[in-house]
Each structure stands twice: as C-alpha cells, then as structure tokens.
Design a protein around this ligand. Structure first.
Ligand code: MSP
Length: 647
C-alpha cells in the first residue's frame, strides 16, 4: 500500500479449519509452516499478509448444535476459540483471522454468487449423487470406496437428489490448463502438479454449489431455500480477507501475490475449483498452491477412534514450543507424509537443539567470558567467513523459496556443525595458554561469536523465542526478527559485551524419559482397572445353577415414579412373566416390543416399585464411574424357539 513493488508483496494463507475438529498436529503443522514462511519473508523485506481462520458452516456444525440444544452460531462462537488459543500458544504471527460466519464474508459470498448467476455461470438444475454426510461432499462413482463408501473417511454414502445451483466451471477448464502449462511452478511440489493436470484433462463437470438439505449456511441471494455449498463459501474467504468487496485498492495490492498452503487432501478444491471460480470472476490466479503431506502417529493414521490424535497443546507443555515447531518442520521433507513420534522429537531435542546449537552458544559465551572478560574481541574474521559461513545465506534462501523447510534447516545445522568443528580444530583452550597466540585466539572467538549471531538470525523464523533468547545472551539490542536478511553480515560484533550464558535447551535423559513414560502408561491403565474388575472364580456347577432361557418382550410399560425401570411382559413360550428392568434410559417402550432376549428365570422374585419382578434380562453396558453410558441387550443370534435353555 505504501509504494512497495509488487514483487515484494507476499500474501500467504492456511486453509480455514473446520471448527468441529479439536485442533491437532495436522492443523498445527500447516499453520507453523505458514508462520515460519511469513516471518522469513518479513525478514526478506516483504510486505507480508498472513491469513488464517475457521470454516464454520455446514452439516456437521448444524448436527452438533442440535445435539447440544444450542444454535449453530452459539456453538461456533464458542469452539472457534480453540483455534485462536492454539495460535497464541504456538506463537503464530497471523495478520488476520477470518471466520466464515462474519458479516464481511457473508456479503462477499452473496455478491460473488449473484454476479456469477447474472453472467450465466451459475444456473439451476437437479443434482443426484452419492453423498458423504460427514465430509459434506458428493463422491463420483469412479472414486467411491468398496460397498459405496466415501474414499476419504470410509463411511457409507447416501444417495441424494436435490434441486441445486451449478457453477459452470467446465467452461473455464481449457483456460486453466493453458495457465498451468505456462506456470508449472503454480502447484508445488511437482508431483501434485501432475495429479491436477491429469484430473483437468479428464472430465471436469460443473459443480453443484448450493444445498437445500441443510440450513446452516449462507442463503443463496434471491432463493433462500438454498444455502451456498460450504466449499464454495469457504474458498472465497481468501478474497474476502483482503478486501475483494470493501477495499478494492487493498485487494489489488495483495492479489494475486497469494500462496495457498494446504494439505494434499484438499488440493482439487484449491487447484481446480477455486481457480475456475477466479477465472469466471475475471480475476488473476494465485501465485502458487503448496501442498504438504499428512502426519501419521507412530506409524498409524491419526484418528479419534484410535485415540492417537496428537494434541499440540500437550506437546508444547511437555517439550516446549520451539522444539515442537522445529521438529515439525525439520523431520519431514515438505510435501511428503511424515510420522510423528515423541521418541523422535526427544532425539531431535537432544542432538540438534541441546547438543549442536545449545552447546555452541554455551561453549562460546563461556570462553569469551573467561578469556576476554565478556567482551567480544576484534580479530581477523576472513577465515571464519569462508570456512564457517560459506554460502549458507544463499542456500537457505533457495530452500525457503521452494518451501523446502527441511532443507533450509539442514543448511543451517550444517553451518552450526561447521562452527562446532571449528572449535575442535582451533582448540581455543590451548591458544589461551600461549600469550603469543593472543591474536589467533581473538580471531577464533570473534568468528565463533559471529557464527552465533548469524545462527540466531537464521533460526529466527522457525524458533523465534529461541532466537530472541540467543540475541539477549549475545548482548545484542533489538529484536532479531526485525533484522533484514539482505543486511546479514559477518564481522560486526567486536566490542559487544555479552550476557551470562544460560542453557538454551536442557538435555532430556532418555532413560528417565522412557521410565516416566512407562510409569504414566501403567498409571493410565491402572485408572481403567475398576471397569475391568473380575469376580472370583466359580465352579461349573455354580454357573449351571443359573437358569437362562430365550424369551420375547411382548409389552413394555412405564412405571410411574420410576426414572430407571420399565415393567416388561415377557413370553417364555411355556409361560408369561412380569419383569422390572432398569433400561429405561436406553430404549423407548416401542423399541423393546417384540425383542428377543435372554432371561434369568430362577432368580428369587423381588418387589421393585411395588411390582413383583420374576427374572432378569441380560444386557451389556459400557460403564463410566460406575454408571452405564450405553447399553445393549443380549439377544439370540438366529431363530430359536422361546423357552430354549442358554448354557
Ligand atoms: N475447511 C476445510 C478447508 C477449507 S479451505 C478453504 C478443511 N478443514 S480441515 O480442518 O479438515 O483441514 C484443514 C487442514 O488440515 C487441511 O489442509 C488438511 O490437510 C490438514 N490436516 C488434517 N489432518 C492432517 C494430518 N494428519 N496431517 C497433516 N495435515 C492434516 O479441510
């Protein structure tokens, strides 16, 4: 906005996250990657705009709100805060946070829908297809999983037919292919480019962009029984946030200098649907879409049902913020899938952070303190510049330019490694004992100090707090994150008074860590033990003494005054009985009628709520703190006459 040239504008976005999910490492990963890139580009002098936010409409939110008995708006107002809180904890430097339920966004979506309708690129038709309710997407037959299941989540698909508005995206496909042919760098990494191109060269159909099956969405202008399809709504956030409607000048400033970072699962939305929408709107296409891979955990897919979802809040609490940030970006070549394990994280903390970086800082500061009274000496720094610094600046820059975060880290750590080796080779403790080697020692200390000053600057985008701590210990003023990359130099530190060396990253004792983990696991298992309590062993005769038979519930009635019991009439074939059963919380009387069950028939009769109960039906329950949370009746598998004995 202030006359900076357009090459120096950098607008970067994360996907907007579904609020119904608990934030996990997948979300943390994309956002940390964008944060690191934003901080890097700011240091490169770019005018950066970093956007993240939440995707708040759709079926799942509507269903969850109904379940909780609150409005969808009240629900999203509450749960979007999980993401805001996480970004604070992860030290994310976003410039904006957009929510799709905000008025600024709703107006843009409606304006775009209307414009496309008026120019004939949105038209009304009928849509019929296999729909995945949880994923809110129609699945073409060619991509369905076995037994008509969703290829993404594996759940069964539902056949749906509805009146729908369609976006005439197919019209713009040749234009998009031509664009990608001219700009292969628009989709990174290249493997994703091939995937998108082969999709585009196949049959791309017009997109259904409205729904009548749900209410929680942005109303279609002029036809309010339709709401805008969540993806059509969500993608537009990228335009809303930089003023598509409200601030055209700002919009022209940031568009199309935009990079969308996404997971590989949502590449088609970003590399096909969104650009087709932009072409229809007559807008230039984004600079690039960068797709990263997926994290598994200890070799397995992360899922709520497996209980292995990695909680970033917990990782930060247990291992510290910067180690977590560093690990995510260092461990996996960007674009590939990666496996998360705490053991690997501990390994990186000990080797890369505590050993390589932490020790370099500690050893150097201590030597400057004891050999030169804490003041950085003036010395010849040419050898350090060529041997330690080398071409680290150029190499890091070229890795970062292609979003190869792991390569950038490798370059930085190779540089740190050269500095550590330099200590071993020059042996300053020996030089210190020989007065005629004072100038040599000055040069060594100066070069090491410079290596650390540069290291603090280079690591700043990925581990900002660490860089600031290093900066302070090095006795430097200001904020390393505010320094400009192009001004980084070698040999400016002479005369600086350093501060006291403090441990940057405490080493984790692996044996102790493993022991603590095992103990914790045992404790967690111990906590579950009461639910698995076993009865004392019995003789077979004791079991035989329990008479159990197949029976059928013929009638179920409420018992006034009882919150838990139903009065059941059960048929054993040879007689009918009355049984009181504590299953009211789990079934309606209608559901019970006709059910075949197993009845304990020789229990001593008992009076419950004034009714004589003659037997007990068998059921299995999941108990939490002694209370049944869910319950299922034990029923015979197959046809068998009533009264048959169970043994
Ligand atoms: N709301 C849509 C995006 C709309 S953008 C206009 C959505 N949201 S999401 O919350 O389900 O996913 C957001 C991002 O998290 C995606 O980029 C997805 O790839 C990423 N991840 C979800 N699980 C992941 C892993 N296990 N590993 C890495 N990233 C993963 O899709």
């Amino acid at each position: 906005m202030d006359g900076k040239t357009s090459e120096k504008v950098f607008y970067i976005t994360t996907p907007i996250y579904y609020v119904n999910d608990i934030p996990h490492i997948g979300h943390a990963y994309t956002t940390i990657a964008c944060d690191t890139m934003s901080r890097y580009k700011r240091m490169k002098g770019f005018d950066v705009h970093f956007l993240t936010g939440t995707d708040e409409h759709g079926q799942k939110i509507q269903a969850a709100a109904e379940k909780q008995g609150i409005t969808p708006q009240a629900l999203v107002d509450k749960i979007h805060l999980n993401f805001k809180e996480l970004w604070k904890v992860l030290n994310i430097s976003n410039d904006d946070f957009i929510r799709t339920t905000e008025d600024r966004h709703i107006r843009v979506v409606q304006a775009i829908f209307k414009k496309l309708m008026e120019q004939g690129d949105i038209y009304k038709g009928t849509y019929e297809g296999h729909y995945c309710v949880p994923c809110e997407t129609y699945v073409p037959e060619s991509s369905m999983g076995p037994n008509q299941t969703c290829p993404d989540c594996g759940r069964p698909l539902t056949m749906m037919k509805e009146e729908s508005y369609f976006f005439r995206g197919s019209k713009y496909v040749p234009q998009l292919i031509e664009h990608y042919e001219k700009h292969p760098e628009a989709i990174l990494p290249h493997i994703r480019y091939n995937e998108v191109m082969s999709f585009l060269r196949g049959e791309v159909r017009d997109q259904s962009v409205s729904r009548t099956t749900l209410k929680w969405g942005i109303p279609v202008p002029g036809d309010e029984k339709h709401v805008v399809y969540v993806w059509f709504d969500a993608l537009i956030n990228y335009a809303t946030a930089v003023g598509y409607l409200d601030a055209p000048e700002e919009f022209r400033h940031y568009w199309p200098a935009v990079r969308h970072m996404v997971g590989k699962d949502i590449i088609r939305f970003h590399c096909v649907i969104w650009p087709l929408m932009l072409l229809a709107l007559g807008l230039p296409l984004p600079q690039s879409v960068i797709a990263h891979g997926w994290w598994t955990v200890d070799g397995e897919k992360m899922s709520k049902s497996k209980g292995n979802v990695v909680d970033p809040f917990k990782m930060v609490k247990d291992y510290g913020l910067d180690p977590f940030r560093y690990f995510l970006l260092r461990e996996v070549p960007f674009g590939n899938d990666g496996d998360f394990s705490e053991a690997a994280l501990v390994g990186r903390i000990n080797s890369d952070l505590a050993n390589d970086l932490g020790n370099l800082l500690n050893r150097t500061l201590q030597m400057i303190e004891s050999y030169r009274g804490g003041v950085v000496p003036e010395g010849n720094n040419e050898s350090g510049k060529s041997n330690i610094m080398g071409s680290v600046l150029e190499n890091v820059d070229s890795a970062m330019e292609s979003f190869a975060f792991d390569d950038a880290m490798k370059e930085i750590w190779a540089f740190i490694g050269r500095a550590n080796k330099y200590i071993d080779e020059t042996m300053p403790w020996k030089l210190a004992k020989e007065p005629d080697k004072a100038a040599e020692l000055d040069a060594v200390l100066m070069n090491l100090y410079e290596a650390l000053r540069l290291a603090a600057l280079l690591v700043a985008p990925v581990v900002p707090q660490t860089a600031q701590r290093m900066w302070a210990q090095l006795g430097l003023e200001g904020d390393p994150l505010k320094m400009l990359y192009d001004k980084f130099s070698w040999g400016e530190g002479a005369g600086t008074k350093i501060r006291k060396a403090e441990v940057l990253f405490p080493r984790i004792d692996v044996k102790e860590w493993q022991k603590a983990k095992e103990e914790k696991k045992k404790m967690e298992e111990g906590n579950k033990a009461p639910a698995m309590e076993h009865e004392a062993e019995i003789e077979i005769d004791a079991f035989k003494a329990v008479e159990m038979r197949v029976a059928q519930i013929v009638k179920a009635e409420e018992i006034p005054k009882s919150r838990k019991l139903y009065k059941l009439e059960v048929d054993l074939g040879y007689e009918k009985r009355t049984v009181c059963s504590g299953i009211k919380a789990f079934f309606t009387t209608e559901e019970l009628k006709g059910k075949r069950v197993i009845l304990v028939t020789n229990l001593k009769p008992a009076k419950l709520c004034g009714i004589e109960s003659n037997g007990m039906i068998l059921a299995a329950a999941v108990k939490v703190d002694g209370n049944a949370e869910s319950l299922t009746l034990v029923t015979p598998d197959g046809d068998i006459p009533l009264g048959s004995r169970v043994s």
